[in-house]
Design a protein around this ligand. Structure first.
Ligand SMILES: [Zn+2]
Length: 187
């Protein structure tokens, strides 16, 4: 299961995927379809279709989050090289030969993703409100996409779970307080 698939490149970022992405797509689709049926009270075929749309949008949200990291990284002068999709999430890739960078560069790059996701949560939240009277698949997809961006890619990204942007921020913001130390810290 350690194989990595090359999916090509978009916006100068190479896209890689681990085999765990496939079962994750099916699980997310199942979960969203159940929400469509139980929470949004859609007919089964509508719930499945809305679930598929929200699933595709979940991976778009992940990519968008990484575009936020990539944009911030470009501004620091130390750009990202790609994105690796793993399970239902993804991680930013940086050139392996990058020099040791000062903490504020890591902090700026780490903030770029949650900021981009927060903006998309606001936009899709407004779309969900607009689609409320329509109901059906548009309301379901917009609401789930808003919650995904808000809970997973903005708030969730800040939670220190061991692999998140929040962990990167904690690590490098602590170093920022002790500037004499970071010079000798290797990554
Ligand atoms: Zn991130």
């Amino acid at each position: 299961m350690n194989k990595t698939f090359k999916l090509g490149s978009i916006a100068g970022l190479k896209l890689l995927a681990k085999p765990t992405v496939l079962p994750s797509i099916l699980l997310v689709w199942l979960l969203y379809s159940l929400l469509g049926r139980k929470v949004f009270k859609l007919k089964p075929e509508q719930a499945i279709l809305g679930g598929l749309l929200a699933t595709l949008l979940h991976w778009f949200n992940e990519f968008w989050h990484n575009l936020g990291h990539a944009q911030a990284a470009k501004q620091t002068g130390y750009p990202m090289s790609g994105v690796c999709f793993v399970g239902p999430l993804g991680s930013s890739l940086y050139p392996p030969d990058e020099p040791t960078l000062p903490p504020h560069i890591h902090v700026r790059r780490a903030l770029g993703g949650p900021i981009a996701s927060g903006i998309l949560a606001l936009v899709t939240g407004a779309l969900a409100l607009a689609a409320h009277s329509l109901g059906g698949i548009p309301f379901m997809a917009a609401t789930l996409t808003c919650l995904d961006n808000l809970l997973v890619f903005t708030i969730g990204a800040f939670l220190p779970l061991g692999f998140t942007d929040g962990d990167t921020l904690l690590r490098y913001m602590n170093m920022n307080k002790r500037p004499s130390q970071w010079l000798t810290v290797a990554e």
